[in-house]
Design a protein around this ligand. Structure first.
Ligand SMILES: [Zn+2]
Length: 297
């Protein structure tokens, strides 16, 4: 391994290769900036202190994921008294290689990606779309319950999950009950069917054109119901249609894998002995793909 390999495989200059760590599915290189000078006046004798570190995903090497671990420094200039935090210039060249981003439809994510990765294709995660629909459905359920008399309220009591659960996961008697409630509470029934219709687009549409047509149909039916929450959902879908249907262009890309991994990290943090030793904790995180969550570590 050498510093020139850093340049030739990852396009990174002015950083020094220091050491490697190997996992079953990943390689980590520790690298460090070669020299420091003041950003403001160019004085080459600036003093530095480590203020943190970044773990950056690089280009895959063979079948192994590749990460760079870089200490980030505070740079103090004794000439002009300027204090800055080290910038990592190669992040922009890595960013340029990101072509697709899987995400939910929150405004914060969207504006971050548009600002930082203007050429990347946004793919809105289908789990989030369905979750959003479930939230609307639950809102309708709560609104419906409020308007009912006591006798009708009793019918809907404790049936929240009946409406939210995927219909194919229901036992036969639960399915029958759902059908009956859908008839009694029409708005809620319509919304519940619309949720199933939305889910079925993901199972049925073979490509992004079919999906686009199906979503547009869905939105048009949603408007005809005149149910406020469904009309809101239709607006969200129409405003984000390109990112939603990009799911079909990107081979059903979703960030479910990453979310699952984040959940595993949370599980790791909850383990009783804690992680006072940061390096040990990071090693445990790298080992998570090989860790059985059921078994104690
Ligand atoms: Zn200076």
């Amino acid at each position: 391994m050498s510093t020139s390999l850093l340049y030739h495989t990852q396009c990174i200059r002015n950083y020094q290769y220091e050491s490697s760590e190997y996992g079953d599915s990943e390689v980590i290189w520790n690298i460090r900036r070669k020299s420091f000078c003041c950003d403001k006046c160019g004085y080459p004798g600036a003093s530095i202190s480590v203020s943190g570190e970044r773990l950056i995903k690089g280009e895959k090497i063979g079948n192994k994921h590749f990460f760079l671990r870089v200490p980030v420094h505070r740079i103090y200039c004794s000439e002009c008294k300027n204090i800055t935090t080290e910038q990592l210039p190669f992040l922009s060249s890595l960013k340029a290689k990101i072509s697709t981003v899987a995400m939910d439809m929150s405004k914060t994510y969207i504006s971050w990606v548009e600002e930082n990765l203007p050429n990347a294709q946004k793919v809105f995660d289908h789990f989030h779309l369905i979750k959003l629909m479930n939230d609307k459905l639950d809102k309708i359920r709560r609104r419906t319950v409020k308007e009912l008399d006591e006798e009708q309220k009793a019918l809907l009591k404790n049936q929240r999950f009946l409406f939210l659960r995927n219909v194919e996961d229901l036992e036969a008697d639960a399915k029958q009950l759902l059908d009956n409630l859908r008839k009694v509470f029409k708005e809620l029934g319509d919304a519940s069917m619309m949720k199933e219709a939305l889910r079925s687009i993901y199972h049925m549409a073979g490509n992004n054109f079919q999906a686009e047509t199906a979503f547009k149909n869905w939105c048009s039916i949603a408007r005809q119901t005149e149910i406020k929450e469904l009309i809101d959902m239709a607006k969200t879908i129409e405003n984000n249609l390109e990112g939603i249907t990009a799911y079909w262009k990107t081979n059903a890309l979703s960030n479910a894998g990453m979310e699952g991994f984040n959940n595993k990290v949370r599980w790791l943090i909850r383990q009783p002995y804690g992680f006072r030793d940061k390096d040990y904790f990071i090693l445990k995180i790298y080992n998570l793909p090989n860790t059985k969550i059921e078994a104690a570590i």
